[in-house]
Design a protein around this ligand. Sequence first.
Ligand code: M6R
Length: 615
Amino acid sequence: MCGIVGYVGSQSALDVVMAGLKRLEYRGYDSAGVAVQADGGLAAAKRAGKLVNLEKELMERPLPAGATGIGHTRWATHGGPTDANAHPHADNAGRVAVVHNGIIENFAVLRAELAERGHDLVSETDTEVVAHLLAEEFSACADLAEAMRLVCGRLEGAFTLVAVHADAPDVVVGARRNSPLVVGVGEGEAFLASDVAAFIDHTRSAIELGQDQVVELRRDGVRVTHFDGTGAEVRPYHVDWDASAAEKGGYASFMLKEIAEQPKAVADTLLGRIDPSGSLTLDEVRIGAAELREVDKVVIVACGTAFHAGLIAKYAIEHWTRIPCEVELASEFRYRDPILDGRSLVVAISQSGETMDTLMALRHAREQGSKVLAICNTNGSTIPRESDAVLYTHAGPEVAVASTKAFLTQLVACYLVALYLGQVRGTKWGDEIQAVIKDLSRISVQVERVLETMEPVRELARSLADKDTVLFLGRHVGHPVALEGALKLKELAYMHAEGFAAGELKHGPIALVEEDLPVVVVVPSPRGRSVLHDKIVSNIQEIRARGARTVVIAEEGDEAVVPYADHLIRIPATPTLLQPLVAAVPLQVFACELATARGNEVDQPRNLAKSVTVE
Ligand code: M6R
C-alpha cells in the first residue's frame, strides 16, 4: 500500500526513482509524485492517476537534474486521489519534501497545532503535517535525521516516511514503524524502497530496517538509529532473486506470467524439505519437537486469498494430526478476544509479510504466550521477523495484485506444516507421510497439464463477459476453492461473484439461481469419499433444474458429472485433500480472461493495492 523510493548517488535521481516507482506501482496507483534536490532547492512534480500521468507531466515540464530524490505511488487513505493530495508533501517554504506509507492516527491534533502556529496546510492528507513538523525541527537542529527522530516521537499510527531537505544536500532520511522500508547499498550510492524490486537493477545488497528506526542515506554509506537516537544494529542481507523476476518477460500481464510460473513455484516450495530417508526436514520451523507435541490447538490467521489457503489447511491439519484447527480472518481476530495460551500454535499466512491485519493478529497471539509460525513469500518482511518461526514459500516475487502462485505455494507450505505436525506427534506413519510427499511432488506436472488445456476455459470466460453474476460451489476443500474463485472474479472483473458450500445452497442462496446464470462447481474426486461426490452431483442437478448454466470442474475419468455439465473443465486426478492445488488454476485463468474481456487491467484492479499495510 503506497510505494516509496529514495535515492542518493551520482546517477539521475529522477531516472532511478521513476524506474523504481514503475516496479512498485502494484502497491498503489491513485497518484504518483517525485522530488529532487536541484540548484540549492527542491523541484517536485505530482499527478493524480497512474504513473503514466506523472511521466507525461515530466515530459511536458521536465525537472532540473539532481542526484538525490524521492518518489511515491499512492493508495489513497486520507483525501481523494487528487493532484493536491498526491505525495510528496512540502512545508510552506518548499524546503522539505516527504513521502509516506501508512496512517498517522493523531494527524488532526497535529494539524490543529500547526495551524495555530501559522502553518498553511493545503491537502487533505495526514502526511502533510510531517513535512511541516520536519521543517520546524530541522530549523532548530539542522540535522535531518535528528529532525525525523523528533517528529516520529510525536506520531501515532503506522508509517514509513522518506524525506529530503533543500538544506541537507545529498541526504535522504527514512523512518519506519509498522510499515515496510528496505535499504539498498551500492557503490557510492544508496536506495530506500518499500520493496527491493525498486532497486534490484542497481544492487543486491540490502539492509533490513527494524521497527522504530531512522536511516540516513549518504553517497558514502548509511547510518541507522533508533527513534531515541541510539545506534542500531545493521542487518545486511543479499537479495537472491533476479531482476527479470520483476519483469513481465513477454507476457501481457504479470498475472498471466505468475499463473504460468505456478508449476515451478510449487516445485521450488517443496525443494530441500525432504531428506534422503523421505522424512520432512523443515529446518526453518525453529519451534522444537517437544513444544509441537504439546500443541493442543492450531489457529490460522490470514486475509483474502491467504485466508482461503488457511481454510484448506484446516482440513489437512485436522485430518492428519487430529489437532483442532480454527481459521480466522486476521482483521477480526484480536477484537473478539480469542482464547489462546502457550499451547496454541498460531499460523500466520501472508504473501507479502506486511499485511497489517495479519501482523496485528500475530502480535496479539504472541502477547497471549502463543508461538507463531509464519508462512510467507517475502524474505526479511515484518511478519516472519516478528514470528517465532517461518516457512518461506518460494514463489518468487508476486507483482499482480491478484494472488495466484502465492496461493498455490501457501497451500504446499500448509500441507508441509500439517505433515510435519503429524510426523513429530506420531499421528502419521513415515510411509504415509512419504506417500503424501510423493503426491505433492507430482502436483507441479499436474498444474502444468492443467495450464496446457486452458483454451476452452478462456473461450468460456470471454463468452460470459456480459454477465452480471457468477456463483461458485464446492464441498469439503472445494468450498474454499469456490470462495477463492469468487474472490478472483470480484477483484478482477468487478462482477458479483459468490462462493458457497454446495450443501448450503438449499438454505437460501438457491433463490439466486435463474435462467442461464453461470454456476461454477468444483467437484470432489469420486475416488475419495464417494458420498461427497454423490452429494455434489445432486447439487448440480438441483441448480440445473432451475435454469443454471453449469460449469463443472471435475477430475479426469469422472463420467458421472457429464450429463449435468453444460461446460466441463477437466483436472488431473489427485488425492481429495490436495485437489485445490489443481482446481484453483482454471478459476484463476477464468477470472483473468473474463476481466480482460471486460476491458479491465488485471494487474492493477481498481481500488486495490498489493500489500495492505493499513488496518
Ligand atoms: O500479502 P498477503 O498474503 O498477506 O495478502 C492478503 C490479501 O490481501 C491478498 O491475498 C488479497 O486478498 C489478494 N489480492 C487476493 O487476490
